[in-house]
Design a protein around this ligand. Structure first.
Ligand SMILES: [Zn+2]
Length: 158
């Protein structure tokens, strides 16, 4: 069995500490599947915690949330219009003539597609930046420890 090396809390100097991701997992699952914890274990028994205290701990130890991509709805609608314009091309060109249709298509594609792609690349860039920030915060979160004695969170020094 693998034992984590004992980590001492820098605030109260006690070693009743637990990794934050592990503690969070226990909080969320109400200790499901972690019933094997040895007697005299340092860990707080999650199922015995009063609900308000549990909720507070969860809030305290929640990991950072992953960034989400949100494409602007307007841009998507415009792009769909372009696609439908181009896909019904033969129908429209027979009415307005192929030459007008061709130049109209070029105009529409330029007017819609170029802003669409610049919006899209902006969204992607923002997402990448958000993801980078998220990964950094998450890495810090993963290194955190929770002290069962003084209820503080800290990052142990190597
Ligand atoms: Zn402490």
């Amino acid at each position: 069995m693998y034992f984590e090396k004992e980590i001492t809390c820098p605030f109260c100097r006690k070693d009743k500490t637990e990794s934050v991701p592990l503690m969070y997992q226990r909080l969320k699952s109400n200790d499901a599947g972690i019933k094997f914890l040895a007697e005299g274990s340092i860990a707080t028994e999650i199922s015995r915690l009063p609900p308000h205290k549990k909720a507070k701990l969860i809030e305290h130890l929640t990991p950072p949330s992953e960034p989400k991509t949100k494409l602007p709805a307007g841009a998507i609608v415009l792009m769909a219009l372009v696609v439908s314009w181009l896909s019904t091309g033969s129908l429209i060109s027979s009415r307005i003539g192929p030459k007008i249709y061709f130049w109209l298509s070029v105009a529409i594609v330029c007017a819609v597609t170029i802003p669409f792609y610049s919006i899209l690349s902006l969204v992607i860039e923002n997402f990448r930046r958000g993801l980078y920030r998220y990964k950094k915060i998450k890495a810090v979160w993963e290194k955190q420890y929770f002290c069962h004695s003084c209820q503080r969170v800290f990052i142990p020094k190597d």
